[in-house]
Ligand binder design. Sequence first.
Ligand SMILES: [Zn+2]
Length: 739
Amino acid sequence: MKRSQPKWVPPSNEDSPRLRLYNSLTRQKEEFVPQKGNTVTWYNCGPTVYDASHMGHARSYISFDILRRVLSDYFNYDIFYCMNITDIDDKIIMRARQNFLMSQYIESKPDAEKLKLDVEKAFMLLDEKIAAAEGDEAKLKMLNKSKANLQTLMDCGDTERIISSPEAKDVLAPWIDKQKGSEVTDNSIFSDLPKYWEEEFHKDMEALNVLPADVLTRVSEYVPEIVTYVQKIIDNGYAYESNSSVYFDTKAFDASPDHFYAKMVPEAFGDNKALAEGEGELSAAAEKQEKRNVTDFAVWKASKPGEPSWDSTWGKGRPGWHIECSVMASEILGKSMDIHSGGFDLKFPHHDNELAQAEAYFGNGNWVRYFVHSGHLTIDGCKMSKSLKNFVSIKEVLTQYTARQVRLLYLLHAWKDTLDYSRKTMDVALEFEKTLNEFFLTVKDSVRSIPASGCAAWSKWTTSEVQLNEKFIQTKEGVHQALCDNVDTRSAMDHIRELVSAGNTYISAARKSQRVVNRALLLNSATYITDLLKIFGAIPKNQAIGFPQEGAQNENLEEAVMPHLSAFATFRDSVRTMARAQKAFDILSLCDEVRDVILPELGVRLEDHEGAPPVIKMVSREVLLKEREEKMKLEQEKKAEKERLKKKKEAEQAAKNAQDRIPPSDLFKSEADKYSAFDDRGIPTHDASGQELTKSALKKLVKQYEAQEKKYSKYLKSVAATNGSSTVEGASAQANGDS
Ligand SMILES: [Zn+2]
């Protein structure tokens, strides 16, 4: 007899998928392991705020919002998300100064002659830039376009219109800035512009349902920390002061056995064009002389007149671009973070330089564990560029599509690949949204009459339920696998699509065989899809704090009105059946009107199904009215097509009638090119070349003649019957006249 419990062995779960992320530091998918418990620290490179956010920006913000939500709400990590706002930058300085100087110029009200002279001088500066841009096709195209645009506009002769135009600003502002830029001393100019655009950025993100960061850092608020940080890098031997600026010593850093410069994109080490772009527009050629190595980059820039400045050990200046992220991320997240994200184009030099600075500061080699980069965005298959002027702002996009539709577009594509924004790709997203919406509505309708609890809520499963449930389980497994595989939402959506299709098939089969559907199974499937879309940010989550309000009004309109709607729909269905039996067409048309006109106005779609109860769906009024419009358009098209066919038939009949009106003696006369001689009845005897016709040919012609004789006499009779005898005589006289 066994007196103790047997040994227990846990099940093996080795094959189950684990979350893996594509890490730019290794260029492959790596298993995701947070450094400490369940906490994930995350830094995302935020916007440089000097203009409106466009779809290119949305590419990374929406992608990382989805990634963040999946890691937090699907994989249940505790995420601490930090993002920066770049509010000190060469682009901001240039834009702010030029805006300011241009408005001063407009206020000075130059006359036509002065404007003409100034534009000529500005063109000279532009020509210098064109000459310098040789080889850079895109830049050349843009500069030449600016010139041509203003030249065309100058012809209009309206001085006021010209100076307030963007075309004039494009050319004049850089020219005025070159002369007077250094005189701009009011620092508020350099903070008002980024403040304005930061506000707009937050509005755009909210409209796109992008979650706010847990902590937001602005460069302008971290200048003292940056100065201290830079000093430590100098002390560690990886940066040096030169003419009041500080540069990062890439050679010294790379030579250290503990470090590796440009470890994310080693092949870009020495890519001076990319590096120069990273250094900013205001870095003059002279600054290059200050560097020990061409690959070095500025961490602190001495400010020239006309540039905002902060105090430092090295004199008045401002932070270089890359240092801000190293400092702010270190301040908030410490010496090593789990995830750093940003757009694909930030890899080099920005992110490699961030890594170098922070690792020079901390003396470690793992400041970032997983570096993730979102793919590019193209517009109608083209790269976005200033020369193509194909930037689409987020605000513009949201006038055409909803934030949900835009998000579905992202969900249907891989976050790290190129995403094309076009009518075609948006149509796919819209179609998918419609498929999901119809499924939710159909499920809600089909379970409405089934009790939610008690014995009646439970019915025995048939093979249909077993099959649908198998599909449901497969879907959940498939989605889990897809999300583990570098958060592959595209494949997850494919699995959802299959489940929806299986659910629809199940419901329509039940409807056809008048079988009751399984409430729990359908609701579980629809809830699962809804929850997943909530995780993805495509359906809003209830973010309220605390317990829900009891008896809140309008909390669930659908729940409140559905019993009334159901009673009405059942009543109407009975009326309709009776009206049909009694051929009471006026009542039937009233039944149609309530379905097609009155209920859509109230946001209710009622569908009649032959031999089954009516289906009720609560849909937005706008959608229903649009549907009605489309239906009417389709009916009109059908009507037009019918009309066209009718006209065609009439034309054919008329042609036939015309043929019938030809007297048999005239039948072959028109074919003079085929025949040269005819007998007394008008039947050809010889062909065009004078040859006598063969017997068989003659026989054929006689047959045709006799057929026409019949048609013609029929025609004469019909004319006589309608018009009286005189016309007939006339007609027969005419018939005989020619022969
Ligand atoms: Zn950054």
